[in-house]
Design a protein around this ligand. Sequence first.
Ligand code: SF4
Length: 378
Amino acid sequence: MNDNVRALIEKLASEHHLSCAEYIELLSSREAEAAELLAEKARAVAGAVYGREVFLRGLIEFSNYCKNDCYYCGIRRSNRLAARYRLSPEEIFSCCDEGYRLGYRTFVLQSGEDPFFSDKVLVPLIAAIKESYPEVAVTLSLGERSYESYKALRTAGADRYLLRHETATPAHYAKLHPAEMSLKTRLNCLNYLRELGYAVGVGFMVGSPFQTVENIVADLQFIEEFQPDMCGIGPFIPHAATPFAGERAGSVELTCYLLSIIRLIIPDILLPATTALGTLAEDGREKGILSGANVLMPNLSPVSVRKKYELYDGKICTGEESAQCRLCLSGRIKSIGYKVVCSRGDRRKIESLIPPDEQKFLNCDKKQAASRLGEERP
Ligand code: SF4
């Protein structure tokens, strides 16, 4: 590793920020020694904030109907081969019930953009979950909705929202999505969610078609600026029934390199080691944790529908019962010296752990900082 790259890693770890040219150099000079130094720094930072705990979230993929047609996605509306399913609110509730018995204290309700799940259907469901399990955090991942809808769901009790921005470069966004979708709309949605007091998650695919180093740098700069509470990144994996069927998959190594960088940009961020990482490499999720990730999202959906939520080919963990998934992940994480925990796993406040002069977020306005720390709730 050359001295320049070492200096850039030191700078990122202490200042949580690099210039565009510096990010380009860091990404272009990626090699094993630099990756290990970055991962070492990322583990140290994650350890200072979260110790050796990895938060488990129970994921319920409740509908694979989607009105959108993203070119990379296996459940896009044009995929006539997809076997569609939709869980009823009662079935979703019973997944939560099972999750609660297994110890989960965060449920992630995820679906395609399915018009069936209007606010009329979701509001009573979220309210019932929160009423039955008040100590549980409800995370939603339902795509783009109106401000009013996000507000209704938040008022019903939803705590967090995951909405990947996919790419922070408009021209790249246009190559991954049909014309009726835009980055502008996506960013508006993220701003609404922030304004409504959700803990907000963004994210992007690593190695998606047409992605350049400059695109990735734009994603990192967006993360610096938006200061999300969570960030989900995983390698792009093609799906046979999409326009990107013949494209190459992204890499585990670059994904892990970026996980470390993101951990250093926002030391207290909640960072999942995604299922896509585990799909590309047997030990992909363990590598993700060792690169600075601290969240895993095992599946709580009924086994009968798991295979049908196939965003990309070869998705793992589609055959095991929820209890088995939990056991398997606990063992994997223990084997690398970490421990899974099922608590709510909120973002922890960092100011008591990191010296104030290193807290970049204190430079932004107070309202932004408070909302980022989860202090501001309507
Ligand atoms: S990525 Fe999401 S919004 Fe796009 S087609 Fe797939 S499920 Fe629908």
